[in-house]
Design a protein around this ligand. Structure first.
Ligand code: ZN
Ligand code: ZN
Length: 112
């Protein structure tokens, strides 16, 4: 926990439910478009959308350049965070993402 908070320091993650609904919606749209570009291997277009998404919700772009959303089934976490920190697990054939907080607090594994 840092107590140093220069005016321009942005958080590394945010919980989307703290944001106004329309920002949350715009963020989801940007991330969905970024995913579509990534699937087509249009990586610069995808990277640009991740940058826009980070600016929209007021967090800094992680070193990995990619954000992801926590889709943990164990709680109602709506964390947006660095994709490099994501833990994924499968439920059936569907892949879900846990943020570091969820992975520490109530980890899901494919062995469960
Ligand atoms: Zn989470
Ligand atoms: Zn969770």
């Amino acid at each position: 926990m840092s107590v140093i908070s220069p005016a321009r320091a942005l958080p590394a993650e945010i919980h989307l439910h703290q944001l106004p609904e329309h920002i949350h919606t715009q963020f989801d749209q940007l991330m969905d478009r970024a995913d579509q570009h990534a699937e087509r291997h249009e990586l610069s277009a995808s990277a640009l959308l991740h940058t826009q998404a980070a600016q929209l919700i007021g967090i800094r772009l992680p070193d990995s350049g990619e954000l992801t959303r926590c889709t943990c089934q164990g709680c109602y976490c709506t964390c947006a965070f660095d994709a490099a920190q994501a833990r994924t697990y499968l439920d059936g054939t569907i892949e879900f993402v846990q943020c570091p907080g969820c992975a520490d607090d109530h980890p899901r594994t494919e062995d469960d």
